[in-house]
Design a protein around this ligand. Sequence first.
Ligand SMILES: [Mn+2]
Length: 267
Amino acid sequence: MSSGSKTDAEGDLPEGSIPTAEIELRPGALVIADLHLAPTGDARTAGFIEWCDGLGPGVPQLVIMGDFFDTWVGAKQVRLPGTKEVLDALLRATARGASVHVIPGNRDALMDASFERATGAELHAEGFIGVLSTTGGRAAFVHGDSLCTLDHDYLRLRPIWRKPFVRWMSRHAPFWFARWVGHRMRKQSENRKAYKPTEAKSIRPAAVHALARATRAELVVCGHAHDTRDERLEGGPRFVVVGAWGWPHDVFRVVPDGALVPHSRGD
Ligand SMILES: [Mn+2]
């Protein structure tokens, strides 16, 4: 194989993974990612709920960039008390007038309309293009797993959670089945965590370039990698990775001139 074809593969985004929906992003919007909340609730969950309840009218929009829950087993999960507490906090936020936009990650890819009904939030299966209300600038928001274009093992699994039959099962299956799927998804992810991913399995710059071109965005924002990043790719977009919850730079904020900047949770 020539090095030329390797470069092509790196920029080959998974089929159907390019976001098309456009959302106007307003100053004060906050962006978070990778909270990995336990479906049964814990101290981390309580911390998020407290933070969410403290968001005032200065936060017109909240963007959650995937892996919000550590696992999402299907519609039945809304019944778990630990999950319900979190969904109720989002519902209070939307009732106060904030719009909440959620991109499912690889851990919670099975989120569906049951989540939207329980929270008033809007789901965007493959992310969205944020259009900044002040500058008209375009930013592509994705979870980030679709940018790991050389992780062939994962990319074979990715479409499975999007198949209508699997999604139907996740809505209608009994709770034990939903838990089993959750266990499988979690194991998959843990197997993958057992070793440090090689550079080849991480987010590929060529994929970020390809996404920016496909969405005509000058900024690409994602989570998934957990370690924050903020850099300008040579000859391409600014690339921001929002840190996982509790890690450095775990909140970004849209400021009045339309820029996206790190934001301290204490502010
Ligand atoms: Mn992820």
